[in-house]
Design a protein around this ligand. Sequence first.
Ligand code: TEU
Ligand code: CA
Length: 568
Amino acid sequence: MTDITTVYGNDDWWKSAVVYQVYPRSFADSNGDGIGDLPGIIDKLDYLAELGVDVVWLSPIYASPQADNGYDISDYYAVDPVFGSLDDLDRLIAGLHERGMKLMMDLVVNHTSDEHPWFVESSSSLDNPKRDWYIWRQPRPGFAAGELGAEPNNWASLFFGPAWQLDERTQEYYLHLFAIKQADLNWENPEVREAVYEMMRWWLDRGVDGFRMDVINFISKADGLPDAPVTPGATLASGFPLFSYGPHIHEYLQEMHQAVFAGRPEHVLTVGEMPGASVEQARLYTDQERGELDMVFQFEHVELDYGPDGRYGDARPLPLVELKSSLATWQLGLSDVGWNSLYWSNHDQPRAVSRFGDDGEYRQHSAKLLGTVLHLLRGTPYIYQGEELGMANTVFDSIDDVRDIESLRYYAQQRALGVDDETLMRQLRGTSRDNARTPMQWTDAAHAGFTTGTPWIAATPDHTEVNAQAAVADPDSIYHYYRMLIALRKSDPVIVNGDFHLLLPNHESVFAYERRLEGRVLRVVANFSSVHTSVELDDEGFEPLLSNYDASPVALRPWEVRVSAKGY
Ligand code: TEU
Ligand code: CA
């Protein structure tokens, strides 16, 4: 297998790379305990190499009480026994490197588990040397500790309820932007920052090639942690503008770059997960001259379909014109400086084919169309496990099927407010993070071939038809189509380096764009609908390159995508 660094030169290998996200809990279970693990991933390395991906992003495998499936870490230097051992991780790194692939670890340092020794120490007394490693505050003046309204400010946790938890021992509150078991670290303390950098260097020395940084734009909070503006009648408010993009964010990222990445023999691949980041902010974060990050995961295109109640209310139908305009803004905004990451889904989002495509009659066509539109944009594409099979949202019959802490907390909170079960189950079927977390569908056997035991979350019934074994055997499958898209990226510099031009911005069902480089043009025309439609574009000189249908009549068929090229 050709190593991409030899094709593109060492410095920019990450611009031509394709990343595959593995959510270890749901990928492959080797020992029948129902939970995916590192030996399970090692068994599937040839599958990933065949697909052609360059980098594996591994969601957290560190020691963790698993309150949020590993995003609550209790030891940054250990592998959780449920996933295996450090030896297994070393074998995974070696297995990837042997096949010309790289490993990107998840880095969760906005918060730790409340069972991390740092937090255990910090909470043990008011004068413990690690007291200041977390964000502790006294009750609101005029309130007794534990009294309703005594929280130091009015911020809501992203997992519902107040973002503050009283610690009985010292009678102070600690900040947790996510679950109660996820305590926010105090990045203003230089000892905390150095402890994080030291840990990152340890992993790089062990052979990992990059980091995906969890909610990294939340590490600097507004001075004084003020109340957020509240809507009349409510007690809690979104502290979002106050805990994201805080005053020291660029300073910390530059410091991290100097302390961890600068001067390493190989470029360290970095992507910052940044809910709410704007294009203007991303230009700063990803300008190589500034020494911060390679790219960010922005959220604009995955929040466009939110209804008035946000993520967990009923979604609104997403006008394609808005999706195109959003993606085009990011394409153009990061054209002269910075770099885009490209994704339709991950472990926090519903399945792409169910959300942006048609997971019924046109599953195959729409999954290929989505892959094409994404992979031919300018940026680094991310494939979420099972996306290459067209895996769809799952079926939740009852709240007992749901496992995700965020979904369960939403359900409990809304039930307490009197909302009925049927409404909530409908909403969760559309938006629950568990849609992405069902077992990877390997075969048509019981539990999709994911485990010989009982899976921690039920496999989606459609695995009898949608599975890797069938896809690998069928040359016309979504899987093989993805292989072609990845191979095309490696062979055509227009895809990595070309400029982006949106065509037909106001067309309501067709997403069309061109990539241009030195007289060569790559054109993508995609029908995001189940009805025939036609577009008026001058085809002269264009040769067909790739499509999800055979032979092309004039009109575009349902979910048809056509790629053509000129000047080659
Ligand atoms: O997610 C951060 C985040 O803000 C959202 O995408 C999140 O899924 C939340 O549901 C918003 O409603 C990251 C991780 O990807 C996620 O899995 C973790 O639960 C979270 O941080 C806390 O570590
Ligand atoms: Ca297991």
